[in-house]
Design a protein around this ligand. Structure first.
Ligand code: B12
Length: 212
């Protein structure tokens, strides 16, 4: 199989939710010298976007999405160790989670992995996290940053609660937000300290906020 064929094969297998075949293709792409980060951003993430389109078009339902999510996770399991930088660049504690009412964890997990690779200490609160938990855990751990993820227009309103509550409680952690429906403009409107459109931007932003 040529390199291009492997790339398109991996994308197809994620879209079809064939998790069994994923590790072998990912390993063979790594052997060709493709960077783990590029495999994620150029193949795996676009495959999940395609799954979203198929769902929107009524072609896919939740069970199909879940199979694709598992195939994506199978790729991440192979790739995660390759993302770890030996030389830690940043130091800081980030409390990370998905807004209340939202169970989309894939993007948040990717952000966590990339931040960890950049040297951050991650406290992962998981999914469906109430605003008060973000703030309480940030306070208890004297966190530098709070990262809030939301994938639905209905859940992203919870981000404003995190911002408002952290101001009320006077905690020092800066707040960064991201996820499908979130925009730079929305982040500014709710008074968050920053917005990142993907995991790479999340890392750049976190480093910037630490320096500020
Ligand atoms: C996978 C998926 C699911 C899976 C989630 C599995 C899991 N473990 O996460 C399952 C099947 C469970 C699911 C369920 C549902 N889903 Co869904 N799902 C998706 C899908 C197809 C892909 C999301 C994804 O993983 N993308 C890949 C990752 C890598 O990208 P990402 O999440 O955007 O993350 C990147 C950036 O956004 C950013 N980022 C993310 N978080 C953060 C945080 C910070 C701080 C920063 C800086 C950056 C950042 O960096 C990430 C990495 O690069 C999307 C479609 C789409 N296009 O997004 C729909 C989608 C999000 N789902 C949708 C819906 C409607 C649902 C359901 C209501 C369906 C239903 N009828 O039950 C339920 C909701 C359940 C709930 N209460 O949350 C809608 C939301 C529409 C809306 N209201 O806005 C979407 C957009 C599909 C659609 N087109 O209609 N879903």
């Amino acid at each position: 199989m040529s390199h291009d064929e492997k790339v398109s094969h991996l994308k197809t297998q994620i879209i079809r939710g064939r998790k069994e075949s994923v590790p072998d293709i990912v390993n063979s792409l790594l052997k060709t010298g493709m960077e783990a980060y590029d495999i994620i951003t150029e193949i795996c993430a676009p495959a999940m976007s395609q799954v979203g389109i198929l769902y929107q078009e009524g072609e896919y339902f939740v069970p199909e999405i879940l199979m694709s999510a598992k195939a994506f996770e199978a790729a991440m399991e192979v790739l995660r160790p390759f993302l770890k930088d030996t030389e830690k660049k940043a130091a800081g504690t980030v409390v990370l989670g998905v807004c209340e009412g939202d169970i989309h964890t894939i993007g948040k997990n990717l952000v966590a992995t990339m931040l960890e690779a950049a040297g951050f200490n991650i406290i992962d609160l998981g999914k469906d996290v109430p605003a008060k938990d973000f703030v309480r855990v940030a306070k208890e751990n004297d966190a530098d940053l709070i990262g809030v993820s939301a994938l639905m227009t209905t859940s992203m309103i919870g981000m404003k609660d995190v911002v408002d509550l952290s101001k009320e409680e006077g905690i020092r952690a800066k707040i960064m937000v991201g996820g499908g429906p979130v925009t730079e403009e929305y982040a500014r409107k709710i008074g968050a300290d920053g917005y990142g459109k993907d995991a790479k931007e999340a890392v750049d932003l976190a480093i910037r906020l630490m320096e500020a």
